[in-house]
Design a protein around this ligand. Sequence first.
Ligand code: ADP
Ligand code: ZN
Length: 290
Amino acid sequence: MYGGIEAGGTKFICAVSDQGEIIEKISVPTTLPEETLALVFDFFDRFELEAIGIGSFGPIGIDPTNDRYGYVLATPKQGWRDFDFLGSIKQRYDVPLAWTTDVNAAAYGELLKGAAQGKNSCIYLTVGTGIGGGVVLNSDILSGSAHPEMGHIMVKRHPEDNYEGTCPFHKDCLEGLAAGPSIEARTGIKGQNLPEDHPVWDIQAYYLAQALVNYTLTLAPEKIILGGGVMNQAHLLQKVREQFMTLMAGYMETPPVDEYIVQWGMPNESGIIGSLLLAEKVHREANEFA
Ligand code: ADP
Ligand code: ZN
């Protein structure tokens, strides 16, 4: 049996899988670390787990040679900044642990069981309260000294957009200009209530398409998968595809755009399923090298 944790800023989803099937799942609110983890432990204590996979909100320390490996870093979330998340799990459960970001876990889940099945590489991008991306290349999560922060890239401004941007660090980075809150800030209306023919969707698509062009030029994945609340707008997906083709301008060959840029295959589940699959992977690797 494997345990999975999708640690989000508002809730933790914990699940246990057996023979590839989820047998139990709970959701607990993200409050203070000690409180939230007490509920997580109550849940997992009931099972004989062989490994646990964690996909966490970030930023997090992912470089094993750094002394803050396993920590939650500069989050505004009360109590979590500089918290040794991985260490706390390790102290409780003496099993192999997989540790990555929520979006990396989602990318991994989508590759194995979702929209990128049969591929070796994909990018997963969530467009919700924030924007974050995860990358799987050669079936492995891409990571270096830190994890990618694909939401905070710089984009060229739309000529008709003079909104300053919501990012507390950069103001008008991609997240600042294209995450859900920017739609509401420009229009006074939440994205889910905005009509399809509102001009702000073109602005939105312009920024997202630029990001996808940049990711494509840098990483050349086989698929790009879009998730998150804002991407519930099917017409937006279509606009992003069109703008992507325009901006790429025939320079780099990609798969047909309708197959290349797609919606998530496991809405709201990619992260937890990916975390469980990462637990399975780390268990397999631990046995191989034992
Ligand atoms: P979170 O990012 O907090 O996990 P979501 O992915 O649901 O949660 O993102 C919330 C953001 O997405 C909000 O800004 C909300 O207005 C926007 N949003 C949610 N649903 C839709 C929708 N159907 N269409 C457009 N925007 C939406
Ligand atoms: Zn930013």
